[in-house]
Design a protein around this ligand. Structure first.
Ligand code: E4P
Length: 217
């Protein structure tokens, strides 16, 4: 399973990229709004940091297929690594159908059922983003959705990549890896939680103490 980082914060993206652990980035309208900066500027900066698929979403207020297509074409012009995030609606599917035929890569987002994922793949999406955490939030096991989509795509030889999204903790990440998700898009905070373990910290302290006791500083 590959890792993307789920943020529009360029400092966090740089930190994760410097560690060599991510190969792509996902953003959404809420994440862009959180940074309070111009969409195009932020996206351009991200493309300068990470050489891999960068998801940029059409405006949250654009709900018609033609509007999404027009915006998607503009976003795609920013950089050849851009992937256009399109919400899972009938209009969104129409937009994906047109864009994929033009060679513009699409990530169908806000996917909450396997039926939606299958439709997204058939419309031509290169990526589908099932939201694990938001399902957990309403007491529906999100991981079951990931497992079902993985199974269906394998049975039918569907090449659309599954991005496990709405990841909230390191256990989600491991569950998605076990379920066979192609990619997990992980918030920076969860990446940093994955790095740390109290026994690692204690081990480093002990090694330093033992070393210094014999060899000094
Ligand atoms: C996915 O691409 C979304 O940006 C993201 O994972 C949503 O996560 P949230 O449910 O924590 O907002």
């Amino acid at each position: 399973m590959k890792f993307f980082i789920d943020t529009a914060n360029v400092d966090d993206i740089k930190k994760a990229n410097d560690m060599g652990i991510i190969c792509g980035v996902t953003t959404n309208p809420s994440l862009i709004a959180k940074e309070g900066r111009d969409f195009n500027k932020v996206i351009k900066e991200i493309t300068d940091i990470v050489d891999g698929p960068i998801s940029g979403e059409v405006k949250a207020t654009t709900v018609d297929a033609q509007g999404m297509i027009d915006e998607a074409r503009e976003i795609a012009r920013i950089h050849h690594n851009m992937v256009i995030k399109i919400p899972m609606t009938a209009e969104g599917l129409k937009a994906v159908n047109v864009l994929s035929k033009e060679g513009i890569s699409c990530n169908m987002t806000l996917v909450f059922t396997a039926a939606q994922a299958l439709l997204a793949a058939r419309a031509g999406a290169d990526y589908v983003s099932p939201f694990l955490g938001r399902l957990d939030d309403i007491s529906t096991p999100g991981i079951d959705l990931i497992k079902t989509i993985v199974e269906i795509f394998a049975i039918h030889g569907i090449e659309c990549e599954i991005i496990a999204a709405s990841i909230r903790n390191p256990i989600h990440v491991i569950d998605c890896a076990k379920a066979g998700a192609d990619i997990a898009t992980v918030p920076a905070q969860v990446i940093f939680q994955m790095i740390n373990h109290p026994l690692t910290e204690q081990g480093i302290e002990k090694f330093q103490k033992d070393y210094k006791a014999v060899f000094g500083e």
